[in-house]
Write a protein of this length. Sequence first.
Length: 98
Amino acid sequence: MRRAAKIDANQPEIVDALIRMSCSVQSLAAVGKGVPDLLVGISGRNYLVEVKDGNKEPSKRRLTPDQTGWHQKWIGQVDVIETVEQAIDWVNSIRRAS
């Protein structure tokens, strides 16, 4: 039996920031198996985001073995975000590029 999905402590504040920027956000944390934490909709496009806690020491922010394997196999886009500020910059860069 799978245990409850564990999310990083900063994920709720990153999700709130994305929603305040008019993004749609769906948590994928319960999927597990290395799948990124969030599906984010921005300006009609979908993006996958892995959330890591930027307040933790670098060794605690590494991708897990499942995440590393998933990222290596995935042909599409996936980004890693560690802070609210990084999330804001990420959304703005996507919007500028559109």
